[in-house]
Design a protein around this ligand. Structure first.
Ligand SMILES: NC(=O)c1ccc[n+]([C@@H]2O[C@H](COP(=O)([O-])OP(=O)(O)OC[C@H]3O[C@@H](n4cnc5c(N)ncnc54)[C@H](OP(=O)(O)O)[C@@H]3O)[C@@H](O)[C@H]2O)c1
Length: 329
């Protein structure tokens, strides 16, 4: 049984959705497949900033690292005291709270060598990068991959996974000195600038086409360039919803395919493969412990409190993030 005391949650202000406030709440009771987690750290993702205005009075935050304090009757893979990390479920309350319930099928065992702050910065971006690369693009050894927006939270892990696990030639895009340096540090073979002519820059590298494209930022803005650069039979994945209908016909001549990656789909629709997120997170934790992957945390935002969270939302929505930002509780 879960403890019955109250908990503290940091929610979007009901009267001004650009602000946050602490509230005392009843501790949520875990359902049959749920873990009740004492949250130790959370990270902020662009999704938090996108849904904030629609969630007055609700806790945001989907990435968390913490300790299991209670579990539902059907839970099989975790017990009280286990350290876990996960990206949560968009249809449920967020992780910006001292206690949080989450379905065990989307939870991984926290990497042993990372503290909670570093662990919390991984799950959402790692699931997106992993599913995009291996479930949607189905990337192959020895091929070429272009990662658009490679210095962001997701791009940083796409580059690491693609280089270190699949040993492809990886070209990442970045437009500033800081982001260029970061993308090289993540392991990209080449860095090109998404604010300049991409086909010309790739041609200068001896590349007319690329086999795969992972678009992390600006689906609309980059679509025509992606259609130009993709190799015949190549595959493109994007993680950003378009603002306009996309001119899909431009991919027809090359019979190139385009797919979407949304890491919330599995939990939102309780898909039959939902528990694959547990497998992915456990694998990512091992890769972090083995030093194959490295942490992407760049901003230790301190202790989670209202003004600091509002400031973090401004930083994350600036579109200039390098790696990830996280809070401890
Ligand atoms: N579908 C999913 O499951 C999923 C999961 C996670 C995130 N997302 C979405 O994916 C997007 C990226 O998330 P993130 O966490 O990686 O973002 P992020 O950390 O905010 O990305 C910031 C990076 O974007 C680059 N950038 C800015 N404008 C760009 C442009 N016009 N073209 C290419 N790159 C540009 C910047 O590089 P420079 O400073 O060098 O320009 C910066 O390093 C967000 O919209 C987010 O909501 C979707």
């Amino acid at each position: 049984m879960a403890p019955t005391q109250t908990q503290k949650a940091l929610v979007v202000s009901p009267t001004d959705t650009s602000r946050f406030e602490f509230v005392e709440r009843e501790v949520p009771q875990p359902g049959p497949y749920d873990l009740l987690v004492e949250v130790k750290a959370v990270s902020v993702n662009p999704v938090d900033t996108k849904v904030r205005a629609r969630r007055p009075g609700k806790a945001l935050g989907w990435d968390a690292s913490g300790v299991v304090v209670a579990r539902g009757s059907e839970v099989k893979c975790f017990r009280e005291g286990d350290e876990v990390f996960y990206a949560g479920d968009l249809t449920r309350e967020g992780t910006n709270a001292s206690l949080h319930v989450v379905d065990e099928r989307i939870v991984g065992h926290k990497p042993r060598k990372l503290d909670h702050l570093h662990a919390a910065s991984i799950p959402l971006t790692a699931l997106t990068a992993w599913e995009g690369l291996y479930e949607q693009l189905r990337v192959e050894q020895g091929k070429t991959l272009l990662v658009i927006g490679a210095a962001g939270g997701v791009g940083s892990l796409v580059v690491q996974l693609a280089r270190r696990l699949t040993k492809m030639t990886v070209i990442g895009t970045a437009s500033r000195d800081t982001t260029r340096e970061w993308v090289k540090k993540m392991g990209a073979d080449h860095v090109v600038n998404h604010r300049e002519n991409l086909p010309a820059q790739l041609a200068a590298l001896g590349l007319k086409n690329v086999d795969f494209i992972f678009c992390c930022v600006g689906t609309d803005a980059h679509f025509e360039t992606m259609a130009e650069l993709i190799a015949p039979g190549g595959r493109i994945v994007s993680i950003v919803e378009p603002e306009q209908p996309l001119p899909m016909g431009k991919l027809f001549g090359k019979r190139a395919s385009f797919s979407w990656e949304l890491m919330f789909t599995k939990s939102m629709y309780k898909t039959p493969d939902m528990a694959s997120q547990q497998t992915i997170l456990d694998r990512v934790a091992d890769l972090l412990d083995e030093g194959v992957l490295t942490s992407t945390l760049t901003v230790d935002a301190g202790v989670l409190e209202p003004a600091a969270l509002a400031e973090a939302h401004r930083t994350v929505s600036s579109g200039k993030m390098v790696g990830k930002l996280a809070f401890r509780l």
